[in-house]
Design a protein around this ligand. Structure first.
Ligand code: MG
Length: 248
């Protein structure tokens, strides 16, 4: 190697690491507050009182025109003084409209002086999409199997606490429900979930519903689409009022 070439090679050996150290890449631009803010679309304005302005009233205190008998024909329950009451033997009733995901408010009352025990005291029920029962029962000083007391997902999940008011007083449920989605093979891709507030107290917190809620047997997965709100005639004169729903 000639002297000149040697100098060049030696120079490269020294310069290479130096070059690597000195190479500069661009820095990300500094974040500004506006980079993580967006303004459109603006949420719809909903006024909350007396009921949310985008809610569908399912009972106006006057008639059951939004409801029908599950057996077919008009709902046969009794309407009186802004309240409707289970009429024993007429069967379950359901809304004519069907729903997917929703927020539901409903108030219900066990009659004062109710007799009976366990499941035989103030029993009704609210079926989400006509299929999954949230239990309605007199659970005021009335023990029963815990996954069958008021605000349980019937025969699946008991409420986190017992928030029941006495017979004669009104109870409320505020329910946030997410409908299931299904795979082609008929199993849940995403199971239904429900959050329930009983008298303003969280008793089901995004609980997974595992399937149907039969009296006898295990939950089963049934493929379904939108469904009604269904109320149960279990033979007890449970009353209802102030029912509204918001589609989500
Ligand atoms: Mg029931």
């Amino acid at each position: 190697m000639k002297r000149k070439e040697l100098i060049i090679v030696a120079g490269l050996i020294f310069l290479l690491p130096l070059n690597a150290q000195e190479k500069k890449y661009p820095e990300p631009a500094p974040m500004t507050p506006a980079m993580t803010e967006y303004w459109q679309p603006q949420p719809q304005v909903v006024t909350p009182d007396p009921v949310p302005s985008d809610a569908i009233l399912l009972f106006d205190g006057k008639d059951l025109s939004q409801w029908e008998s599950v057996k077919g024909g008009p709902a046969g329950w009794t309407v009186e003084n802004g309240v409707f009451t289970v009429k024993r033997g007429t069967g379950d009733i359901q809304t004519k409209r069907k729903f997917g995901d929703f927020q539901l408010h409903i108030e219900w009352r066990i009659p004062e002086g109710i007799q009976g025990e366990s499941q035989g005291r103030g029993n009704s029920g609210l079926f989400l999409q006509g299929i999954y029962e949230i239990q309605i029962l007199d659970s005021y000083k009335n023990e029963t199997y815990v996954n069958g007391q008021a605000a349980s997902i019937y025969k699946q999940t008991p409420p986190l606490v017992n928030a029941m008011r006495k017979p004669g007083e009104w109870n409320s449920y505020d329910i946030i429900y997410t409908a299931p989605t299904f795979k082609k093979d008929g199993t849940y891709r995403t199971p239904p979930t429900v959050t329930v507030l009983h008298n303003g107290i969280v008793v089901q917190n995004h609980t997974i519903i595992r399937g149907t809620t039969p009296y006898i047997g295990l939950p089963e997965v049934e493929v379904h689409g939108d469904g009604p709100i269904r109320l149960q005639d279990h033979g007890d004169p449970v009353s209802f009022r102030n029912i509204w729903i918001r589609e989500l």
